[in-house]
Write a protein that binds this ligand. Structure first.
Ligand SMILES: O=C(O)C[C@H](Nc1ncnc2c1ncn2[C@@H]1O[C@H](COP(=O)(O)O)[C@@H](O)[C@H]1O)C(=O)O
Length: 463
């Protein structure tokens, strides 16, 4: 049947994932089909270990393996209408496909959440490795390229929205490279630390202890089939902090994207005009102002962040589960996949935008020149102090006020001041050149950019 995405309710399912490829990828790891597929994988892992322990023959494994291949969410949902219990519905669908001899072993000794939480750990881990980290790697790759190209492009650094002292545009980007790169490491670590369970209804292995003499090792063996580990102890559910910490790495990554998007948006303000999003020849900026070129993609990323960041609160609420569990984390927990989808779509959008962005170097220089005579106040004060001027900060500050009044430069006024001039004469030629050519006041901006770019080019090879 043709998919009509416009009948879906969530904007994630139509507006923000229209390209078929994008939809396919996200759907494979995040959809309800993925839920049922991975839950069935957990049921199969259980059977495999029961077989290894001699509880059932290899034909039972074969039967269940064949059965889980063909189970569809439609079927499970139909069965749930009868059972009103989602995991029992899945179990019935498997049982209906296997012989009466195999049936007793399906779901043997497990409680529903053994299957559900373990399946969630598989899906989040795989989504991290197959969706999120590859998307971040692509984003990092384009950022690394631009940062390298612009490593010497002089830009005025801004604090409080005011001109401060110079940096390079590549240096500004390097900060984001470092922040995002470290998030990649944190995401990988948190994803690898997700846990499953096979410890029964209250976590104390009550049911599995009836037949299995080492149920704690049995749990480890089932999870090992799936590449997972158990938590040191569980209730009916896996300790919630594993998923909470994982999602935190995602939401804080989203925060970095939003911060970057904000910066780029501000640099596109008409008065600043230092960077721009690619604007296609037939693209429309405004429905009424034909001249507009709006930073719509960066605005979209910020907007998505506003939608998904607050959802972290739901995970904190889901931390609380009464006694050995209640079901109030069930419906809410199903929405974690939307945070993942929102993040991946935003990463991909930024990657596309940065691949086509333009950098207006002339305008960067023009903006820099607006305050080139005043921000030398900082190097001048530091140098004067370094040569022993007893009150260099105040002396230079007064010159900046006078410069405003008279229209003269701080440099000129300093030379006219006999006291200051005495110290100036001790400056080395290089120090004098720096005061006369403020574009030299870059500190280690270029070197740091080169270091960060090289560091992350290397580290990205691990992803
Ligand atoms: O192994 C068990 O099932 C033990 C049982 N706890 C449960 N564990 C897991 N799922 C359960 C549980 N109870 C209900 N359900 C079913 O969960 C589904 C909740 O649906 P929704 O609110 O849409 O997320 C919905 O299908 C519910 O029927 C207990 O009594 O402790």
């Amino acid at each position: 049947m043709e998919r009509n995405i416009f009948k879906n309710i969530s904007p994630l399912d139509h507006r923000y994932s229209i390209p078929e490829e994008e939809f396919k990828d996200l759907s494979y790891y995040l959809s309800e089909e993925a839920v049922i597929r991975t839950q069935a994988e957990v049921e199969l892992a259980l059977i495999k270990v029961l077989h290894k322990r001699g509880f059932c023959g290899i034909e039972v494994v074969k039967e269940v393996k064949e059965a889980v291949k063909t189970i569809t969410p439609e079927e499970v949902y139909k069965e749930e209408q009868k059972t009103r219990h989602n995991i029992r519905a899945l179990v019935n669908c498997i049982r209906n496909r296997v012989s009466p001899e195999a049936r007793p072993f399906v779901h043997f000794s497990a409680t529903s959440v053994d299957i559900m939480d373990t399946s969630a750990a598989i899906r989040y881990r795989d989504a991290a490795e197959k969706l999120i980290l590859p998307a971040l790697k692509d984003l990092m790759t384009v950022l690394l390229e631009v940062a390298w190209t612009e490593r010497k492009t002089i830009q005025i650094g801004r604090t409080h929205g005011q001109h401060a002292v110079p940096i390079t545009f590549g240096f500004a980007l390097s900060l984001y490279i470092s922040r995002l790169g470290q998030q990649m490491e944190k995401i990988r670590k948190a994803a690898a630390n997700l846990r499953g369970k096979m410890a029964g209804a209250v976590g104390a292995y009550n049911a599995s202890s009836l037949f299995i003499d080492d149920p704690i090792q049995f749990e480890k063996d089932v999870l090992a089939e799936l590449g997972l580990k158990p938590a040191p102890i569980s209730s009916q559910i896996v300790q919630p902090e594993y998923v909470l910490d994982f999602v935190h790495t995602l939401v804080s990554t989203f925060g970095i994207l939003a911060n970057f998007a904000d910066d780029m948006r501000h640099l596109q303000r008409t008065e600043i005009d230092e960077v721009g999003e690619y604007f296609a020849p037939d693209q429309i900026g405004s429905s009424t102002m034909p001249h507009k070129r709006n930073p719509v993609n960066y605005e979209n990323v910020k907007s998505m962040y506003k939608e998904f960041m607050p959802r972290m609160v739901t995970l904190y609420l889901d931390q609380i589960s009464e006694h050995q569990r209640d079901l109030t984390n069930s419906a809410s927990g199903r929405f974690v996949v939307e945070i993942i989808a929102g993040l991946v779509l935003s990463i991909r959008r930024l990657t596309r935008v940065i691949s086509n962005m333009w950098v207006n170097r002339e305008q960067m220089k023009a903006n820099f020149d607006k305050t080139r005579e005043s921000f030398i106040a900082e190097p001048l004060y530091i140098l004067l102090a370094g040569y022993g001027h007893p009150d260099a900060h105040e002396a230079v500050r007064l010159k900046t006020l006078k410069a405003k009044e008279t229209g003269k430069t701080v440099y000129q006024l300093m030379l006219e001041d006999e006291e200051m001039k005495k110290y100036w004469d001790r400056f080395t030629d290089e120090q004098k050149l720096l005061i006369q050519n403020p574009e030299r006041y870059l500190g280690q901006a270029v070197e740091k950019t080169e270091f960060i770019v090289r560091e992350w080019k290397e580290k990205l090879k691990n992803f």
